[in-house]
Write a protein that binds this ligand. Structure first.
Ligand SMILES: [Zn+2]
Ligand SMILES: [Zn+2]
Length: 432
């Protein structure tokens, strides 16, 4: 059933606007927190803020409906994975947008729960992946000997999320501003230099505001929250990637093709082909940094179907059971991660006659209940390969960094803090 959204652009004196708004407010009732608030999609709040239904009604009337909010995913509209280039790259920044909103909600919940002393004050919404940062970062007993120091990174994120953009700014934090601008940059394909110029001018006009120095700085901050990616040069004939022991090579060992477009150019040399790799481990660790996602990560241990012969999740399947029997050591820790890999190619320009392809490798985790593991927000984009030729048969070449990471996750695992139990454990992972 399609949702009628035509009213949002209507004149506010129009009767249809008011009836559309009334239906929308009804819809919000299914997406409220315990404290009776729902994400406000007005142009100012833009789903970052949680408001009462009455305030949402006033906000939409006064500020208008957010122009960026096309799919009402916070208000019950199902999300279909869209295979277009515009949706693939900014997804990381969209995730950041969600993360900030979640951190805020968590702070809000935390304040609320300390007021009411209600230990059961958890959000009703299982989709709501709020981050349990307050508990993991401010606990003096929480000693971390983690070499990667996730807690520090999350503390950094929390600090940024709480820092006002400028003294007295109520509705935009320094992190909101950064995420929003980076999103605009990605969606509108702004060049790095134009972005830097804009930042420079904004800093000049608003000297008190906490604005990043440059695109590079902004990207570095994103990296600290586990949303960074690595650019890896690829041989133009898809035979190898310039990574690991071949990192410094200038010529492909298999076909002798040059790594760069023009090796005689002075200054920065442009590679023939590049892929983007989004490391998996920090994102898996982050799943456990949130109390809510950490809880759903052990769903599979108790979530088996009780109806004989019915399969509603891979946990009910024979592959899962066979695996458990073969590796009882891995199976005995329900927090260990079971991943699924999906590769998909698509044509970014929607024109089938154009021989340009874009390949993505997406991982999902089967630890979560069926209604979460197939949800777009739990998909993890790990590889993005662009180029005029589809890598179909050469896929294994591109998967090398991912396979290395998976191997280490399988054999050694990685020390991870679990926000649900406030303990740390060694997380291992396998590919189903
Ligand atoms: Zn609002
Ligand atoms: Zn080659």
């Amino acid at each position: 059933m399609s949702i009628d959204k035509s009213w949002i652009s209507l004149d506010h004196r129009d009767k249809k606007f008011w009836s559309g708004l009334a239906i929308f407010i009804e819809r919000c009732k299914d997406h409220m927190t315990n404290s009776g608030k729902c994400r406000c999609p007005c142009e100012v709040c833009d789903n970052f803020e949680w408001q009462t239904l009455e305030d949402i009604r006033i906000h939409i009337h006064e500020n208008g409906f957010s122009k960026h909010y096309k799919i009402w995913r916070f208000h019950g509209e199902p999300v279909v994975l869209q295979s277009t280039v515009e949706h693939a790259i900014p997804r990381a920044t969209c995730q950041l947008h969600d993360l900030i909103a979640d951190v805020r909600q968590e702070n809000h919940d935390h304040e609320h729960s300390t007021n009411t002393n209600d230990p059961m004050n958890t959000n009703d919404d299982p989709m709501n992946t709020t981050n349990d940062l307050m508990n993991t970062t401010n606990d003096p007993n929480n000693t971390t000997d983690d070499p990667n120091n996730t807690t520090d990174e999350l503390a950094e994120l929390l600090k940024l999320a709480k820092t006002d953009l400028y003294p007295g700014s109520k509705w935009v934090s320094a992190l909101d501003f950064l995420a929003k601008l980076s999103h605009m940059k990605a969606v509108n394909k702004w060049a790095d230099s134009s972005f830097d110029q804009l930042l420079e001018y904004l800093r000049f006009v608003f000297p008190d505001a906490k604005i990043s120095e440059s695109h590079y700085e902004a990207k570095k901050k994103m990296k600290t929250v586990g949303l960074g990616y690595e650019l890896i040069d690829v041989c133009r004939n898809n035979c190898c990637i310039f990574w690991g022991e071949d990192k410094e090579e200038e010529i492909c060992k298999t076909c002798s093709a040059s790594r760069r477009k023009d090796k005689n150019t002075k200054g920065k040399k442009v590679p023939n082909k590049v892929m983007r790799y989004f490391p998996l481990t920090p994102r898996l660790k982050r799943l456990y940094n949130s109390r809510h996602t950490a809880q759903s990560m052990t769903w599979h241990a108790t979530g088996q179907s009780t109806e004989v012969g019915k399969m509603r999740h891979p946990v009910d399947g024979t592959t899962w059971k066979d695996f458990d029997a073969r590796y009882p050591d891995f199976a005995s820790e329900p927090k260990n991660v079971r991943l699924r890999l999906a590769a998909d190619g698509f044509n970014p320009f929607g024109n089938m006659s154009v021989s340009y392809s874009m390949w993505s490798v997406i991982m999902t985790t089967y630890n979560m209940p069926p209604w979460l593991c197939m949800k777009e927000s739990t998909f993890m984009l790990t590889l993005l390969i662009l180029g005029p030729r589809s890598p179909r048969k050469d896929m294994d070449v591109f998967l090398r960094p991912l396979i290395d990471e998976l191997k280490s996750l399988w054999s050694q695992g990685v020390k991870t803090n679990d926000a649900a139990t406030k303990t740390s454990f060694t997380m291992r992972a396998m590919l189903l």
